[in-house]
Every structure is written in structure tokens, then in C-alpha cells.
Ligand binder design. Structure first.
Ligand code: PD2
Ligand code: ZN
Length: 153
């Protein structure tokens, strides 16, 4: 796939998206500001062409004294050409569960359990596009509880 990044505070539209994600995740206003004091990354925009995929992986990682990604919000920017056109997001350990939410919808999932341990059920990937293309953007949210410089909620 190919990708680019949109800065979270680069425009009123972007700021509005981040505020709406805070509402969705029931986080305090400004929690997802990028950089110092915030716990979200910039928005990634991804394009998949035919046969392009994202092999199953975890968004969390383990590192000494480091933060980890905690939750992922996927924004589906276009519709599948038809139901068999591929490009579904797949959660192999949940059935598998395959999701293509369609233009204008989001999927939110957590990569860490409530106790801060990694959730192996969060394994996920993007299945190959068979026909047409897939446009998706995502925001990765960091684990606020692991950031010792600040109190969470
Ligand atoms: O495009 C997707 O469905 C997808 C699949 C796996 C996105 C991500 N991971 C991600 O943004 O982390
Ligand atoms: Zn991922």
C-alpha cells in the first residue's frame, strides 16, 4: 500500500475529527492532541490497490519504559465495489471477523486489556483488494496510563 500523514491540528476539519474521536472514546477534550500532553498520532491515510494487503499484525508492542499503542480507529473512506471486492479488515482470532464498514464509518478496537497487558485477540490485517481500491485512514491512540508524566482521567 502507499500512505501519507495528515497533521492532527493542521485545519479545523482535522481538529474536529480528533474531537469526535475523543467523544467516541469518552476521553477528555484535548486528550488526543498530538505531541506534548496528547496521546494520539497524526492521521495516516492509506491506499490499497488490487492485490495489496496488510498482513495480520498487532498494533501494540512491548518495550522497556516505552509507551504502546492502545487503541486504533479505522476510517473507511470508500465503499467496496461489490461485496466480493476484498479489502476487508480481518481479525483472525475472532472467528475470523471480517469488516469493511464502508464510506463514512469507523471501526474502533483496543489492543491492550484493561490491566495494560496486550490482547492477542486484537491481531488484525487488511485482506487483499480483489477489485477496485481501498482508501482508509487511521488514528493510533497511545496508552495514556503508561505515560508517567501525566495523570489519566
Ligand atoms: O486497512 C486496514 O484495514 C488495516 C489493517 C490493519 C489498518 C491497520 N491495520 C492499521 O491502521 O493499523
Ligand atoms: Zn494495524
Amino acid at each position: 500500500s502507499s500512505n501519507t500523514w495528515l497533521t492532527s491540528n493542521s485545519s479545523p476539519a482535522m481538529q474536529s475529527i480528533y474531537r469526535r474521536v475523543e467523544d467516541l472514546m469518552r476521553l477528555p477534550r484535548g486528550r488526543l492532541n498530538e505531541g506534548r500532553g496528547g496521546s494520539a498520532e497524526n492521521m495516516q491515510v492509506v491506499h490499497y490497490g488490487v492485490e495489496q494487503e496488510y498482513k495480520p499484525h498487532f498494533d501494540w508492542w512491548v518495550g522497556e519504559g516505552e509507551n504502546s499503542r492502545w487503541a486504533t480507529v479505522l476510517f473507511y473512506l470508500n465503499d467496496q465495489k461489490h461485496p466480493g471486492a476484498g479489502g476487508d479488515t480481518i481479525f483472525p482470532h475472532l472467528g475470523p471477523l471480517k469488516v469493511h464498514a464502508g464510506k463514512g464509518s469507523v471501526v474502533l478496537f483496543y489492543s491492550l486489556l484493561e490491566d495494560g497487558n496486550a490482547d492477542i485477540f486484537s491481531l488484525h490485517g487488511s485482506m487483499p483488494v480483489k477489485d477496485g481500491e481501498k482508501w482508509l485512514s487511521n488514528i493510533w491512540v497511545w496508552d495514556p496510563t503508561r505515560d508517567k508524566t501525566r495523570q489519566y482521567m
